[in-house]
Design a binder for this molecule. Structure first.
Ligand code: 5GP
Length: 125
């Protein structure tokens, strides 16, 4: 999968302040905000501020500072929202066509607050 970043994507526009968001936490390298169409009582998106397309792109190319900041921010959100010590949660990152990634700026979804079902649908044959 090519890692060509499209600076017109919606999360790039959020980072530039062109579109509002409901921020949960912001650091030097990371922004976390509520998903506009929540799939669970807690549905927070965590994005790096750098121009990364997918999980593998971010994991391979981000600086150590970016990597640490991203994951520490996600952990802080779990603590802030009380889900680290609750009934559990799910972290998801979609990539590309098969992953049904809608926004081509790397992000994880943090979902909690209800039973979340199986990880993926069974294959349809
Ligand atoms: P993906 O399918 O790329 O993993 O998920 C993209 C997510 O971004 C979706 O859950 C969608 O609801 C969310 N989203 C799309 N546009 C916006 C927006 O303008 N603001 C916010 N807060 N979330 C958005």
């Amino acid at each position: 999968m090519a890692h060509i970043y499209d600076p017109t994507n919606i999360f790039a526009r959020i980072l530039r302040g062109e579109i509002p968001n409901k921020t949960v936490l912001e650091t030097a390298n990371t922004l976390a905000f509520h998903d506009i169409h929540p799939q669970a009582p807690v549905h927070v998106l965590v994005i790096p501020k750098g121009p990364y397309v997918t999980f593998d792109h971010f994991a391979a190319k981000a600086t150590v500072e970016e990597l640490v900041d991203f994951h520490r921010t996600a952990a802080a959100i779990c603590a802030m929202l009380g889900i680290a010590s609750g009934d559990g949660y799910r972290v998801i990152s979609n990539a590309g066509v098969n992953g049904m990634q809608e926004v081509p700026h790397y992000h994880v979804h943090i979902l909690a607050g209800r039973p979340l079902g199986r990880l993926v649908e069974r294959a349809v044959t």
